[in-house]
Write a protein that binds this ligand. Structure first.
Ligand code: GLN
Length: 192
């Protein structure tokens, strides 16, 4: 049985736990979903979700809890949403600790002040999706191995590089399990 971890340091962790359970039951997969706080929790995980929240805070807690190297070396699928996207990036416009797993430069709070929070229909995985953007980042530039999964107004808002997926919006705050289902299937591919 696979085990999906949700990094439990700061941010909207419970929403991810809930939608991951929902997605699993929708595609009829038996899995454990665990809260990840320590390196040994990371080692137990076949896939990891990094929630929205404050990327600066989550990044510092990752370092303080000694998780950075373990997460990087674990070589498992990771999905980051919003602050999680920032943390997966190689570079941001702020000075902050990052995991650097996706070759992209991310602009934090990239949608500006007037539009700090908004909802907008986007196209992803061949379908419509309600994108909930809350002080969301976007990717200003991506490396050649990065697949762009979605754009909004010419800004890159979802990407995939190998096992790593990042969305600038919050699928965990919708009722739509599509993106979590996609992530779970990526995890399954890696344990086969
Ligand atoms: N702007 C926040 C950050 O960069 C992310 C906001 C969010 O996750 N909703 O940390």
């Amino acid at each position: 049985m696979i085990r999906i971890g949700v990094l439990n340091l700061q941010g909207d962790v419970s929403e991810h736990l809930e939608i991951t359970y929902k997605a699993l039951s929708k595609i009829n997969i038996d899995a454990d979903v665990i809260k990840v706080k320590t390196a040994s929790d990371v080692l137990k995980s076949d896939g990891l979700i990094i929630s929205g929240g404050e990327s600066m805070v989550i990044g510092k807690l990752i370092e303080n809890n000694g998780l950075r190297t373990t997460i990087i070396n674990q070589n498992i699928p990771i999905m980051g949403t919003c602050a999680g996207m920032v943390l997966l990036a190689a570079e941001t416009d702020y000075y902050q600790p990052l995991l650097g797993l996706i070759d992209m430069k991310v602009i934090r709070n990239g949608f500006g002040r007037q539009k700090q929070s908004f909802e907008e229909e986007i196209q992803i995985l061949g379908d419509n999706f309600k994108g909930i953007f809350i002080r969301a980042p976007y990717a200003e530039k991506v490396g050649k191995n990065v697949e762009v999964l979605a754009k909004l107004d010419d800004k890159i808002v979802a990407v995939k590089q190998g096992k790593y997926i990042a969305t600038a919006f919050h699928p965990e705050l919708t009722e739509d399990t599509k993106i979590h289902e996609y992530f779970i299937k990526e995890v399954l591919k890696c344990v086969e």
